[in-house]
Write a protein that binds this ligand. Structure first.
Ligand SMILES: Nc1nc2c(ncn2[C@@H]2O[C@H](COP(=O)(O)OP(=O)(O)O)[C@@H](O)[C@H]2O)c(=O)[nH]1
Ligand SMILES: [Mg+2]
Length: 302
C-alpha cells in the first residue's frame, strides 16, 4: 500500500513532516519544542487525547534529560506513535475470516466498500457471495447490484422494507450449500432510528452465528474520514451495540487531515483494517501502520 497511502495522504504527510522536521533539524531543543509538537499533532486532527498523551511522554523524557538533540526527539516520537498505532491495537488477520459484516452510518461507505472487497476476493480467485442487507433504502439493492455487476457474483436480496435478518438468513443458507469462499454482508445505517438499527444489527449478528456457528465473522465499521473527530462519537455508538473487529477509514481521498487514524485507534482501541479512497472498485488498500508513521515523520511513506 506504500504507493497508495503516499498518494492519498501526500499533501497531509508533507505538511506535518515539514513542520516536524523544522524541529528535528533545529539546534535548540527546549520546552517550547515539546509544546510545538502538541500544536502540530492537533493541527493534524489527531484529537486532544492523542496530542496530550504523546507530548506528556515527551515532556517526561525531556525532564529526564533524554532529549538533547532533534534526532533523539524524532526517535522517541516515532516510538510513541508506533506504540499507539501498532502495539496497542490488535492486528486484523484477514486470512481467518470468510464472512464479513459491514456496519456504519448512512453514507459512510459500506456499500462501496462491499464492492471493493468483492473485487479484491474475486481477483484472488475466490467465489464470493453477497447479501444486500440494506432493505430500507429503495435504491440500495440496485446500487449494490450495479456496483458489483462487472464481477459476476451472486447477490442475495429481498424486497424493500423486508426484514434484513430474513435476507441474511437466506444468504447464510446459500453460503452453506453453494460452495462459496467468502460471504460479504451489507447492512443499513440509519442513525435517526438508532435503537431500532442497533437492535436489528444485533439480530443480524445472532442469525449469522446461528446459521454458521463454526465460522469467524469479521465485523468492519466504516468511518468517513472527512467527518474528522465527529466520526469518533458515531463509531462509539456502534461499538457499544455490535462487536466490531476493525475499522475501515473511507473517503480518505477527500480527507485533508489524516491524523484521524491516530484518534480512531487510540479512541476506539480497534485496528484500522483498510483505507478506502475513491469510488472505483480498485480504490482499497490494507492499512500499513509503519508506512503511515514514516509518512508523518519523513513526508514519504515509501
Ligand atoms: N470519494 C469517495 N467517495 C466515496 C468513497 N466511499 C464511498 N463514497 C461515496 O459516498 C457515498 C456513500 O457511499 P455508500 O457506499 O453508498 O455508503 P453507505 O450508505 O454506508 O452504504 C456514495 O456516493 C459513494 O460513491 C471513497 O472512498 N471516496
Ligand atoms: Mg449502503
Amino acid at each position: 500500500m506504500f504507493g497508495f497511502i503516499s498518494k492519498n495522504l501526500k499533501s497531509f504527510f508533507s505538511t506535518v513532516s515539514s513542520k516536524l522536521n523544522l524541529l528535528f533539524n533545529s539546534n535548540k531543543i527546549d520546552q517550547a519544542t515539546i509544546q510545538e509538537i502538541e500544536k502540530i499533532l492537533l493541527s493534524a486532527d489527531t484529537g486532544l487525547a492523542v496530542a496530550r498523551q504523546i507530548t506528556q511522554k515527551l515532556q517526561q523524557d525531556y525532564n529526564a534529560g533524554k532529549i538533547a538533540t532533534g534526532l533523539e526527539l524524532k526517535e522517541l516520537l516515532a516510538g510513541y506513535l508506533q506504540e499507539l498505532l501498532i502495539n496497542s491495537s490488535l492486528t486484523l488477520d484477514s486470512n481467518i475470516s470468510k464472512i464479513y459484516l459491514l456496519v456504519g452510518i448512512n453514507g459512510s461507505g459500506k456499500t462501496t466498500l462491499l464492492g471493493k472487497l468483492a473485487h479484491k476476493y474475486v481477483q484472488a480467485g475466490k467465489r464470493v457471495l453477497i447479501v444486500a442487507g440494506d432493505t430500507f433504502r429503495s435504491a440500495a439493492v440496485q446500487q449494490l447490484a450495479q456496483l458489483v455487476s462487472p464481477l459476476k457474483v451472486t447477490v442475495i436480496s429481498g424486497a424493500q422494507d423486508s426484514a434484513p435478518s430474513a435476507v441474511i438468513y437466506r444468504g447464510c443458507e446459500e453460503f452453506k450449500t453453494g460452495h462459496y469462499d467468502i460471504l460479504l454482508i451489507d447492512t443499513a445505517g440509519r442513525l435517526q432510528a438508532r435503537e431500532d438499527l442497533m437492535r436489528e444489527l444485533a439480530k443480524v449478528e445472532r442469525v449469522i452465528q446461528k446459521q454458521l456457528p463454526a465460522q469467524k465473522v469479521t465485523t468492519l465499521l466504516t468511518i468517513d474520514a472527512t467527518l474528522g473527530q465527529n466520526s469518533l462519537d458515531q463509531a462509539r455508538i456502534f461499538g457499544t451495540h455490535v462487536k466490531v473487529d476493525g475499522i475501515v477509514l473511507t473517503k480518505m481521498d477527500g480527507a485533508s487531515k489524516g491524523g484521524i487514524a491516530l484518534a480512531i485507534v487510540d479512541g476506539l482501541k480497534l485496528p484500522i483494517a483498510y483505507i478506502s479512497a475513491g469510488e472505483k472498485l480498485t480504490d482499497l488498500e490494507s492499512f500499513d501502520a509503519q508506512a503511515y508513521i514514516t509518512g508523518l515523520l519523513s513526508g514519504d511513506s515509501q
